[in-house]
Design a protein around this ligand. Sequence first.
Ligand code: RP5
Length: 168
Amino acid sequence: MQDNSDKNFGGARIAIVMGSRSDWEVMQEATRVPRELDVAFSTRVVSAHRTPDRLVDFARRAHENNIAVIIAGAGGSAHLPGMVAAMTHLPVIAVPVPGKHLGGLDSLLSMVQMPRGIAVSTQAIGASGAFNAGLVAVQMLALADSVLARKIIQWRSDQTSAVPEEVK
Ligand code: RP5
């Protein structure tokens, strides 16, 4: 986990990191759109509090490892996205993971209160936020990839077609 070499990222352009293995149930939603549209991603546990050296190594070297966008999910005292953003120029998308006691509102409020000059793009609490984090990461990559942009347009169109008008 601590050797963030090219080999370990396996050509991924999206890195999905989370503060704990216990965040995975929510954070796996972030892999849905990348999987569906064939965009390589890499997942790993990086804790701001329990593995600070891993955090520094990951964040400082992400761009060297050809990562283009980072999704960072955390619950509780959720410093991960902000600390990653402090150490990389890459865009960071934050996902507040619902905790046992305060339902994720604590993490959301922390994530959206970044100081001016260090940005994270915070999504909704929980699974929908994680899903949309994956979606917006792919949309970012599509800015420089017309084939991927066409896939997103088709995906959106399919989604629209799948919404029933009738209420049964
Ligand atoms: C945070 O603490 C993690 O992101 C997780 O949401 C929360 C609880 O972690 P565990 O105690 O379940 O490992 O750092």
